[in-house]
Design a protein around this ligand. Structure first.
Ligand SMILES: Nc1ncnc2c1ncn2[C@@H]1O[C@H](COP(=O)(O)OP(=O)(O)OP(=O)(O)O)[C@@H](O)[C@H]1O
Ligand SMILES: [Mg+2]
Length: 266
């Protein structure tokens, strides 16, 4: 895909990503399919999953911003490129993670029967973990914390105890990633320019509802929302903190990467 971007070899970030991925695919091809050493294969798999870190994806996003200055690339083209690239990365990472989680322990894997899918993923516990994680990042980077409130409902029973679990079959790592990113956005927007008294009056609500077939999670805040004139641009990689020209140094785990940032997502 990178080679599909004219002039990719003139952009250092794209060059670096291209050479890493080419090396990894070459490494993978060298494995003899007739005599797979599972332990070695697991090592290659883990190395690959870790090698395209968020920092590297961020560099790709930065390179994209450089391309955006070039009239040859429209915003639509660059969004389309990044969508395709990230979709393919997420797809491969999911397969690699699944391989590693299913592989026997003697082959260096985790020997989990259902791999990365948890048949008892607890949406309530997961939301709380995500909020704790986002709170720690927020405290570290702003020195402040918003109030988080939980509502927990079950169809036919009404309100549940706040801690009552909500089990469903899902890949917890992906849901955690989404929740942390949504909460970081809410935390950041809620705290921006607010006094301690205002922060106390603007709790962030996490609502978890379930019936027999569905689980729905809603995050709502009182930070003022996103202006309607922003419209569909909210979905663009070229909108947001990263696109506003933050560089590698000013991006923090709270915001600025443009594609989220979470390392411990398993
Ligand atoms: N809950 C919210 N309330 C108000 N504005 C929001 C909220 N969530 C997002 N936004 C606005 O949308 C912009 C884009 O958010 P998004 O998370 O997509 O990008 P980002 O925060 O720059 O990405 P990243 O977190 O990876 O840096 C934010 O910079 C902010 O202006
Ligand atoms: Mg964000």
């Amino acid at each position: 895909m990178i080679e599909g971007l004219a002039g990719w070899d003139q952009i250092p970030e794209l060059n670096e990503l291209h050479s890493r991925m080419r090396n990894w695919y070459r490494y993978l091809r060298l494995i003899d399919p007739h005599c797979i050493d599972l332990k070695r294969f697991a090592l290659v798999v883990v190395h690959e999953a870790n090698s395209v870190s968020m920092r590297r994806i961020f560099k790709l996003q930065r390179a994209n911003s450089q391309c955006a200055d070039d009239e040859a690339y429209t915003d639509d083209f660059l969004d389309h490129f990044l969508d395709g690239f990230l979709l393919s990365r997420i797809g491969s990472n999911m397969l690699l993670d699944q391989y590693f989680a299913r592989a026997p322990k003697e082959a260096g894997g985790l020997a989990r029967k259902t791999g990365i899918i948890s048949p008892r993923c607890d949406a309530v516990a997961l939301c709380k973990q995500a909020a704790d994680y986002a709170s720690r990042i927020c405290q570290m980077h702003t020195g402040q914390l918003p109030v988080v409130l939980y509502d927990n409902y079950e169809a036919g029973k009404g309100a549940c105890q706040a801690d009552s679990p909500c089990y469903f079959s899902y890949i917890p790592g992906y849901l955690r990633y989404i929740m942390v990113e949504l909460l970081k956005n809410s935390f950041k927007a809620t705290l921006m320019g607010a006094t301690a008294a205002e922060i106390a009056e603007r709790p962030i609500h996490i609502l978890i509802c379930r019936d027999e077939c569905h689980v729905a999670i809603r995050v709502s805040d009182r930070a003022g929302g996103i202006p309607s004139h922003v419209g569909e641009r909210i979905w663009s990689y070229l909108y947001g903190a990263a696109a506003r020209g933050s560089d590698d140094c000013s991006a923090t785990p709270l915001s600025g990467y443009g594609v989220g940032c979470l390392t411990a997502n398993k």
